[in-house]
Ligand binder design. Sequence first.
Ligand SMILES: [Zn+2]
Length: 144
Amino acid sequence: MSSILDVHRVKRELWQAWLDSKPGDPDAHEEGGFVLMDSTGILSVERWPRGLQASIGVPASPGGRRSGKLVIATFHTHPNTESPFKQEPTEDDVEAVRSDPDLRHRHFEGEFVISRERVFKIDTKGQVTVIGLTDQTLGSMRKE
Ligand SMILES: [Zn+2]
């Protein structure tokens, strides 16, 4: 099954959100967004408004749509690298995905949570999986 992470351009957007969230910095704050698919199958990213140190507001996506496009994934960062902040998805993160009726359609891949070491995915059943190491999953060593 294909993944939004197979699309290099989308991966770069997630990596940019990670950098924008200033990981490990005094100004660290959550960033996130929607991954959208238009009627021709083209993917794009709509970033959410900048979050706070350990929370972020998610704009509404009635019927699983934003500006006429289907929400096929969501993502947010966990940029606080020191204890007591959690790297993995919190219970609230999981519940938000599990209980959102707008995300319950067959094209929705899950919510990706990006931390310093790992990228996680929450699915609509509330299952959390580790996708991989952040550097390897999102960061590209390739020259553009
Ligand atoms: Zn979170």
